[in-house]
Design a protein around this ligand. Structure first.
Ligand SMILES: [Zn+2]
Ligand SMILES: [Zn+2]
Length: 366
């Protein structure tokens, strides 16, 4: 999840006193203060709302960025978490698509205007008014910020809740709610599939899921990694080929071979190397978040009509489609399951890239 335009409705917060319910959570009131147990309020159920008991919540790099205020708009207190898998415990009077006991999921988006051309097109991520994110976003109902999934329950309009298939391993399905849709949406948009050479740059939380999804879409998957230890792991994850990108001889063999390269790297790196691997009309699509601007040599895009593009999460309908696709192909993330009390230690390890490949919190530990 990445920063977006904040919803204007923040300025028109409903001043009426709304009933709330105390909920246990894990968060922090200030920068550099470790996350700890706290109480938050969830809104009373509105007619279209679903209340779920949270079973598992993934830890995404954006959670780390936000508690460290690295995007510059963190509202404290903060409760992170936006890869939420739960079970419905209550429904509002007008809820149609969920019943009590259903498995449910919430990802990055929990509200949008619902009437702009993008919302009407199921592309809520591009909403003209900006979306409400599941945490650290102005809360239209209660004021303050929305609180995420490192908590006991979540309350959300059913339009932004997805169904999770009972056949999936629920803990390892949680990261699909952000990492899964972040890679599925561009792979689909740029038509990864049979006959296509699809490169995955970087094997981390995003990259390892991208390998599995691209493979299941029928593409020939080539992983590019700087880490010799990840070459074998890439093949275990389903890649057809894995290339050590620091080896110039190996890299030469892929010049003009790739239709699409999904770039999941969040550190500074030279994208020109990868633009040169594209076939004519090929694209390098960035889904990682390097902090510094990336330089692109003109000839690396004008030659071969190459594109350098980006993609950020996906809409709710596409998130459901991705979950159905993953259930059909039995795709989940490779995870390390932790208790919520280990969260600060997990953030330290995540910062160092020391996780294979996603931490997920067992919320029963709360
Ligand atoms: Zn995320
Ligand atoms: Zn909209």
């Amino acid at each position: 999840m990445k920063p977006g335009i904040y919803n204007d409705n923040f300025k028109k917060i409903n001043k009426n006193i709304m009933e709330t319910k105390n909920t246990k959570a894990f968060g922090t009131e200030a920068l550099n203060v470790p996350l700890h147990a706290m109480n938050i309020k969830r809104r009373a159920l509105q007619p279209h709302d679903v209340e779920m008991k949270i079973l598992f919540c993934g830890i995404c790099h954006s959670d780390l960025h936000q508690i460290k205020n690295e995007f510059g708009h963190t509202m404290f207190p903060i409760v992170p978490g936006h890869e939420i898998v739960g079970r419905v415990t209550k429904i509002g009077d007008h809820v149609k698509s969920f019943k009590v006991g259903d498995l449910s999921g919430v990802g990055c988006i929990v509200d949008s205007c619902g009437k702009c051309e993008y919302c009407e097109d199921n592309l809520e991520q591009f909403c003209d008014e900006g979306v409400t994110f599941s945490f650290n976003s102005p809360d239209k109902y209660l004021g303050g910020a929305t609180y995420g999934g490192f908590s006991e329950t979540y309350v959300c309009n059913e339009k932004y809740v997805v169904h999770i298939q009972e056949t999936l391993d629920l803990a390892s399905a949680a990261p699909l709610l952000c990492a899964g849709i972040t890679v599925y949406s561009p792979l689909k948009h740029w038509q990864a599939g049979p006959g296509k050479m699809v490169g995955i740059l970087g094997i981390g939380g995003l990259g390892h899921v991208a390998i599995k999804i691209a493979k299941a879409m029928g593409a020939h998957v080539v992983v590019f990694t700087t880490s010799p230890s990840k070459v074998e792991d890439a093949k275990r994850l389903g890649a057809d080929e894995a290339v050590l990108s620091t080896d110039a001889e190996q890299m030469k063999q892929y010049v003009r071979k790739m239709h699409l390269i999904l770039d999941t790297v969040s550190a500074k790196h030279d994208v020109n190397t990868y633009l040169n691997l594209l076939k004519p009309d090929g694209s390098v699509v960035l889904v990682g978040l390097p902090p510094e601007p990336l330089e692109i040599g003109a000839f690396n895009v004008v030659s071969g009509r190459h594109s350098f593009s980006g993609s950020n999460i996906g809409g709710i309908a596409e998130t459901q489609e991705m979950l159905d696709f993953c259930a059909k192909h039995n795709i989940t993330a490779d995870i390390e399951l932790i208790n919520v009390q280990q969260i600060n230690e997990a953030f330290v390890r995540l910062q160092k890239g020391d996780v294979k490949y996603r931490f997920v919190i067992d919320m029963a530990s709360l």
